[in-house]
Each structure stands twice: as C-alpha cells, then as structure tokens.
Design a protein around this ligand. Structure first.
Ligand code: LLP
Length: 444
C-alpha cells in the first residue's frame, strides 16, 4: 500500500524541525523570529500540513467513484483559508451569515456551498440562494416549510439534504456528540417517510438530493462510521421501496479526531477515508442500491494539526502546596477548549527545544480571570519567565471560538509556507474593541 502521510496522527505540523539555535521551526521559519515580528500570542497555521491533510482525504477516497470533500468552515474560517480550500477543489460547509459572507468574499462556487445549522433564518437562506444553487441541509420541519416557501416565491428549485439523527454515538466529550437520540440537530429516522411525502407535495420546489448525518466530533474510531453507513443505506433502501426514488448523494459528516497528545491514537485520515468509503460502497451494494456521490465534511482534521499557538511566558510562582504555575500572555480567550471540554494539549519551549525535561510538572496557565483557565494542567517543561511557549494542535476551534474576554484583543494569525509568513488575520487592537461602544448622553 502506498504510504500516505496523515497529519492527524501527529501532534506537530508536518514541517516541524529544530534549527541550530535549538529553536522550533514551522513552515521553514524560526518561531522566535515570528514572535519578534508579529508579537504574541500568535496563531500560526502551517500551509503544508493543511495540504497534506487534504491530500490524505483525496487519496483515501480515490477508490470511491464519485465523491466531494466539504471543509467544515466552523473549525477555522477566514478569507485566505477559503481561497486555499477553493483552490484545492473542496466544497464548504457554512453555518452562519458570517461564514457565508466569508465564502462570498472568496468567490466560492455556490454549488459546493452547504448551508448547515438548526436555526437558519429566512434572510440567511435567501442570502445563500442569491449566490446561486447552494445546498441547504434541512434540520427540522419548520425550516423545511420555510425553504419551500422561499423556493416557491423565488421560482427556484432548491437542492436540499435532510439531516437525520442516526442514533450512533462516538466516544468523545458529551458536548460534541450529535448523533444520539436526544440531539438538537436533525430529524428522527422515523420522520423520514412523512418528510419525503411533504417534499413531494411542494411540486418540485425542493429537490431532495440526499441524506446527511454527523455523529459528533474528535472521534478516534471507524466503527461509528461503519454503523452510520449501514443505517443510511437502510434509509436509502426504504426510500427506494416506498417512493421508487434513489437519492443521488449521501453526506456522512465529519468528526474524525486528531492527536493532541502522544496518548491520542486517532485513525489516520487516509485509513478513515478509505475504509469508510469502502463500507459505504459495501452497504449500498448489499442492498442492491446504486452508489450515491459520497460527501464527507471534515473540519478539525483539515486544519487542527496545522495550528500552533505561540505565547510568551510571564510570571512563574510556586505555592506552598508544591504546585508551580507558569502564566502565559493568552489562554482561554484564544483557546477555550480546555475549559470547555477539558481538552488536553502538548507544549514545548520554542526558544530552547533541547531544554532538559524536569522531574516535576508545572501548570501552564492563562492570564484570564477564571481558575479554570489552565492550558495544560501538568506540563513537563523547564520553562521560565520570558521563554516562548508553543502549544500544538490549535488550528481547529481556537480562532473560530476565540473571545474578547477580559476585554482582550484577539491574536493575529499567520500562514507559514516555504520560509515565508503572511498575516491572514490581523491582530485586534484596543481601538477595535472600543469602536462599537456607544455612550448614552445621560451618562456623559
Ligand atoms: N459537519 C457538521 C454538520 C458538524 O456539525 C461538524 C462539527 C462538522 C461537520 C465538522 O466536524 P469535525 O470534523 O471538525 O469534527 N467546538 C468543538 C467541536 C464542535 C464541532 C461541531 N460540528 C471542539 O472544539 O471540539
């Protein structure tokens, strides 16, 4: 078998090296120089790692006749990444007017934009349709009626998918499971037949293209995907038997995990794409069904491993209990995942990569006003005030979930490639924070 590099099994980006100064190098650039030039905290995205991840999906899916990779923009979206994704021929999942506006700014082709979400507004749907033939993934019945009404009013035939709850759960944090029976996303499987009857009653306003399921996020295993292939193939068979319709496409969502620490052993991207698509083919063939075009929606695996956050270490203190804390100049506002999901991370001292590993760990903490603002509870780093700390695996759901907590401007983001760094998101300033403030006259 050809060896395909799948970045999601490594903690560090594909281009990671150490130079003669013992500095961490990403994308051919010394991170110490990046910190000096762009300041800290700094989000770094390694372009090569993103490309390697995309390649691993493409190669894993190559044996399946007709497929499309859709990047789930919620993991990390800005205009430059949209351009990169478009250039690679990927489609795009959007879940908000802001993500749609970003797709529009990058000139993303409408036919491969998929609009998700459990509470899309009429205005949002109309904005999407104004771009062209976007795909709408319908979450609930009232949305179905809304989209049908809009389609009829605009005289358009709208491509829709129905999001179903497959009743399959990956082994992951409870907040990021979506495939379970009580999920707020999607329709129960039992609703399928009446829904299709409903769609048919709209006289061609809606074109039902396929079913969609997404079981959850940061799943390491293949098994849940094999299960949804079977469940969805049953649904396609039921639709064929009941209505003589063969839906042309099938969207099995995203959710494959990445390694945040050496203890994490996710299925590789290549293996996931290959085995899952093989299972889909098997499930459909076994039921005598034609193979639908297969859509997958990875988010984290495309950008997660590519991201590294650089922080400057500030005050260090040792408590009488023996615990040592080292505080950095960022934390939960630029990475809310530890406090939200108890997520684990791996760090290094970017300016002293060969520093000795201490016997005792230190708590790498953020600077925000929450006791839970701890980036890594026990980190074996002999780091001191002034050191540059790099945290790996921050490419997904960091920038996209960042906040201005404690009135803190968000960091800049640079894309590195071949020894060059380009800003793709500017650092916010205090002026940016103040610019939306208004003071009623009576308070002046
Ligand atoms: N498709 C749908 C319909 C989704 O809801 C999601 C993620 C994806 C695809 C992409 O999933 P991925 O491949 O990235 O796992 N904020 C959480 C993750 C929430 C994921 C929400 N949906 C975190 O930081 O872990």
């Amino acid at each position: 078998m050809m060896l395909v590099q799948s970045p999601n099994v490594s903690v560090q980006p594909s281009t990671t090296t150490i130079n003669e100064d013992e500095h961490l190098v990403i994308g051919g650039i010394d991170t110490v120089e990046l910190a000096e030039k762009f300041g800290t905290p700094l989000w770094i995205m390694d372009e090569q790692t993103i490309l390697d991840s995309i390649k691993a999906f493409k190669e894993g899916l190559a044996g399946y006749p007709n497929h499309q990779i859709l990047y789930a923009g919620k993991a990390f979206l800005c205009t430059a990444i949209c351009h990169l994704i478009k250039k690679q021929g990927l489609g795009l999942d959007v879940v908000s007017p802001g993500e749609l506006a970003t797709a529009r700014a990058a000139g993303f082709p409408a036919e491969i934009i998929f609009m998700h979400g459990n509470n899309k507004s009429a205005a949002e749907i109309e904005e999407g349709l104004a771009l062209g033939n976007v795909n709408i993934v319908i979450d609930n019945e009232s949305e179905l009626l809304m989209v049908a009404e809009i389609a009829q009013r605009l005289g358009k035939m709208v491509r829709v998918f129905l999001r179903v709850i497959p009743g399959v759960e990956p082994d992951t944090h409870v907040h990021i499971v979506t495939g379970h029976a009580e999920s707020k996303f999607g329709f129960a499987l039992e609703a399928l037949i009446p829904l299709v009857q409903r769609i048919q009653s709209f006289d061609g306003a809606l074109q039902l293209v396929g079913l969609h399921a997404h079981i959850g996020s940061q799943s390491h295993d293949l098994e849940p995907y094999f299960e949804i292939s079977e469940i969805l193939a049953d649904c396609y068979k039921e639709l064929l038997d009941s209505f003589q319709i063969e839906l042309p496409e099938l969207d099995i969502g995203g959710g494959l995990g990445i390694a945040y620490t050496d203890a994490d052993k996710p299925t590789s991207i290549y293996e996931w794409a290959k085995k899952t698509s093989e299972q889909v083919a098997k499930s459909f063939k076994q039921r005598g069904l034609a193979l639908p075009k297969l859509l997958v929606e990875p988010g984290r695996t495309i950008v997660g491993t590519a991201g590294v956050t650089l922080y400057r270490a500030g005050h260090k203190k040792r408590l009488p209990s023996g615990v040592t804390y080292l505080a950095v100049d960022g934390g939960m506002a630029d990475n809310p995942r530890p406090i939200t999901y108890d997520a684990k991370y791996t760090a290094c001292i970017a300016n002293r990569m060969r520093a000795p590993i201490p016997d005792k760990p230190l708590g790498l903490v953020g600077k925000f006003c929450e006791s839970g603002d701890i980036i890594i509870k026990e980190s074996y780093l002999s780091a001191e005030t002034g050191d540059l700390i790099a945290v790996f695996g921050t490419g997904a759901y960091n920038l996209s979930m960042a906040s201005n907590y404690n009135r803190t401007p968000r960091p800049a983001c640079v894309l590195v490639a071949g020894g060059k760094a380009d800003i793709i998101v500017e650092r916010e300033t205090n002026e940016d924070l103040l610019k939306l403030d208004r003071v009623p006259d009576r308070l002046r």
